[in-house]
Structure formats: C-alpha cells, structure tokens
Design a binder for this molecule. Structure first.
Ligand code: URP
Ligand code: ZN
Ligand code: ZN
Length: 459
C-alpha cells in the first residue's frame, strides 16, 4: 500500500519546498504539489510541519560488554527509542575485545540485531588487535557489507590498539577501500594520570575529566591524523569533545588529510560541571572523552555550523545508576557512557536551530545526510528523493516538552538530560514507507529493521 505525506515543508541538506511525497512500498516514487494518489492510500497531513529525511546516528552502542558490565539497551529497546527521537538508521559499534575472535564477535553482534530492530542498522567493525588472521577476517566482514572499521587509541589492554596495529589497520583499510573511525585519546597517558590521581586519594567522578585532559585527546587526534597522512587512508574521528582537538583535526583537514569529524550530542549540551556533581549524580555524566569546560561548546557549535564538524552522533551507551555505582570507590570503575539516542535530534533542533546556532539545512546535513555520504548509505538514506528509501520524519516545531527518564523509551533509569526543555519533536516517523511512530509513541512493526549492506568506497 502507498503512503502520502501531504503538504509538509520538505527540508533536505540542499533544498527546501512545500510539497507532497508519495511512497510506494518502501521507496519514494513521487514528489510534487497536490499529488493524485490511489484510493485507500494512507495519508499523513504535514501542514505546518517540516518533513526531514530519516535521521542517522553514526555512533551507538547497543550490545556492549564493557568495564565488567553490559550496556542496558537491546535492539528491541534501543531501536524504538531511536525511532521516537526521529532516528531511522543507526550504526552500531561492533566491539569484541582484544581476547575475542573478530569473526565470532561480528557474528555475535549481528545476531543480537537480526530480527530484533525496529529501525535499519549497520555496523562499524572494531579492530581491537592485529594478528595474522586479521586481514582475511576483515576482508570477509567487508564482503558481508560492513564497510567501516573502528579503532580505539584508548582503553589500553581491552579495546585499545598500539601504533603498530593502527598502522596495519589503516594500510588494510586503504587496500579494502573502507574508512576507519577512531576513538582518539592517548591510552598510556590516561592510565598514568588515573593512577596518579587515585594515589593522591582523588577518587570521585569529578576526577574523570582531569584524568583524560584535553591535551590527551588532542594528542590522540593528531597522531591518528598523522597516521592517515602517511598511509593515505580515510579516517573519521569519533566523539571529538574540545577546542584543542578540534584545532588539530581541522588543521589536518586543511592540509588535505582525508579526515572526517564527529562530535556527539552530550558535548554540545552538557559540560564537566555535570560530572562534578556529588556521588551518583556526577557518575551519570561520566563518558570518554569526558564532558569538558563549557567554553568548548562555542567552538563546537561554530565548527558544526561551518561544516568543519561533519556529523553529530550520540555515542549512546546507557548504564543505569546501579552500574554507575560500581565506581563509588574509584572513578576508574564507573562504566563510561551516557544515553542519548532518543534525544539527539530534538536537542540539536532546540539548542542548535531554535537558538540560532545551526542553520536548518546544516541540521539535516549533520544529523542525517553527511553520515549517509561518509558511510556509503547515500542516496538510499540521508535525503528525500525519488528512489530513496521512504524514511521520513514529519517534525512538529510547535511541540514543547521536557526530557525525562519517566517518559523515555531508552532502557535506563536516568537521563543525562533530565529536565531539559525541548522545542520540537517528530510527530510521524516512517521506516521504508511504514509509519513506526506517531506523536511520541511507537505504533509500528518491532522487527521492521534491516541490516544495511554497504560497499567499500575509499580507494
Ligand atoms: O564513554 C563512552 N564513550 N563509552 C562508550 C565507549 C566509547 O568510548 O565509545
Ligand atoms: Zn569512544
Ligand atoms: Zn562509542
């Protein structure tokens, strides 16, 4: 059956007009004024609302064994939370650790998603060691449609790779034509600083940020860029959090390094004073790289508006308060991560577009289109065009609400953004032509989500 979205203001990264959109089965087949459609077509009146391409979150953790526990969401809960927030596709970090087999890990991560997701999904494959089997294993994974890797320069002895492994991964990625995403912090310095702070009796969550200062992130970012420069590989720095690292990344881009930059929603909205709150309140806001001093946000918003920061993801990674309290005696035991999958788009719209920091076309670009382009999903995803998947977000800019764990769908007992007002939210969200969300409620098919196969593109 067809779907008609009538009379909305269609906004893509490069166009804006009031028109109707008609989707047949899963695909957009017509865009125009006053479209004639077959009797019985499901119709959504979008008058007075925006119609955006389905949003893409390029950085989420759903299944994640990490810091002696597991992130709280499953694909059942995470995908529904994503859709309520307007995200119709997410890319999950597949993260086996150094002691795991890469292929077994990849199969495990896939099995957790297959048949369990309400939105579409893809993976970045983490390379957490480089041994003799690695090239053949990664080649298989790329053939299977996972055309991006992830490396961690942090998390020594768990996810982290050393410089030699980074070099080998980048050379392989270049040969296979895939992009490498990277968590950029100097693992050695983090470990040394953590030990020094604990030895001085500095154990609360307020010491998390000083244990991974801005310079430590800037060093990791610069080193990653230098390795890209000398391998001609293409890279993507994830969750860039501060002005110092931004300068290093932008300087690399300027001299022609193939580097894309992602920042994540907590770093635009929250700051290190949140993690300095006493006890569990502070622990709720521990993530890595850490929330930073507030002045950094100005640089992030400006770079985002300019397009120097390419994408905004979430690094969605929910741990509940009981899990956070594992770190009550030492900040190094607080599971790192903040949930955000449900709130990213509304926060970006409210505190970016509505506050005059982010033009509407850049909003669509950084939260959808750019990720689709960088990760090989465009134009199937990330735009509204004939032939694209009918992933559409009818967005109500008049909605006023407040973020709260009492009403969210994320499987967690707190929100890092508790009490924050939002001005706008999706009123209808579709995945490949099927209405999945209406007025903040999931009303669709729980197993609609498909694995998105992607082709190598960076030779
Ligand atoms: O604190 C974070 N970011 N947790 C998830 C793991 C990662 O580094 O992305
Ligand atoms: Zn990370
Ligand atoms: Zn992450």
């Amino acid at each position: 059956m067809g779907l008609l979205i009538r009379n909305g203001e269609i906004v893509t990264a490069d166009s804006r007009c009031i028109a109707d959109i008609y989707a047949e089965d899963e695909t957009i087949t017509r865009i125009g004024k006053n479209l004639e459609v077959p009797a019985g077509t499901e119709t959504v009146d979008a008058t007075g609302k925006f119609v955006f391409p389905g949003f893409i979150d390029p950085h989420v953790h759903i299944y994640l064994p990490f810091m002696s526990t597991f992130a709280k969401d499953t694909h059942e809960t995470g995908s529904i939370a994503a859709l309520i927030g307007g995200t119709t596709t997410y890319i999950e970090m597949c993260c086996p650790n150094r002691n795991d087999d890469a292929l077994e890990g990849y199969s495990l991560w896939k099995s957790k998603a297959e048949g369990h997701s309400a939105c579409d999904y893809a993976f970045h494959m983490s390379v957490t060691k480089f041994v003799k089997e690695t090239p053949a294993q990664l080649q298989k994974i790329v053939k299977d449609g996972t055309a991006s890797f992830k490396i961690f320069l942090a998390y020594k002895n768990f996810f982290g790779v050393d410089d030699g492994e980074m070099y080998q991964t980048l050379m392989l990625a270049k040969r296979l034509g895939v992009i490498v995403t990277a968590h950029c912090e100097n693992a050695e310095l983090v470990a040394r600083l953590q030990n020094a702070l604990l030895a001085e009796g500095k154990k609360g969550p307020e010491w998390h940020e000083p244990s991974r200062p801005e310079s430590v992130e800037a060093e990791g970012t610069g080193r990653f860029a230098t390795f890209l420069e000398n391998t001609s590989a293409t890279g993507y720095v994830v969750h860039l959090s501060c002005e110092k690292a931004l300068h290093v990344a932008v300087a690399a881009k300027t001299r022609g390094v193939h580097l894309h930059i992602e920042s994540v929603i907590p770093h635009f909205i929250l700051d290190k004073s949140h993690a300095e709150r006493p006890g569990v309140e502070g622990m709720k806001h521990v993530m890595s790289p850490p929330l930073r001093a507030k002045h950094n946000q100005r640089a992030l918003w400006n770079a985002l508006a300019l397009g120097s920061i390419d994408t905004v993801g979430t690094d969605h990674c929910p741990f509940d308060t009981e899990q956070k309290l594992m770190g009550k005696d030492a900040f190094t035991d607080i599971p790192n991560g903040i949930p955000g999958i449900e709130d990213r788009v509304n926060l970006l719209y409210t505190y970016g577009v509505e506050r005059g920091r982010l033009p509407l076309d850049r909003f669509v670009d950084c939260a959808s289109t750019r990720a689709a382009k960088v990760f090989g999903l465009f134009p199937r995803k990330g735009t509204i065009a004939i032939g694209s998947d009918a992933d559409l977000v009818v967005y109500d800019p008049e909605y006023q609400g407040v973020i709260s764990a009492d009403t969210h769908a994320v499987n967690n007992n707190y929100s890092g953004f508790e009490g924050m007002p939002i001005e706008g939210r999706p009123s209808v969200v579709t995945v490949r032509g099927k209405v999945q969300v209406r007025d903040g409620k999931f009303v669709g098919e729980r197993t609609r989500g498909k694995f998105l196969k992607r082709e190598p593109a960076y030779f």
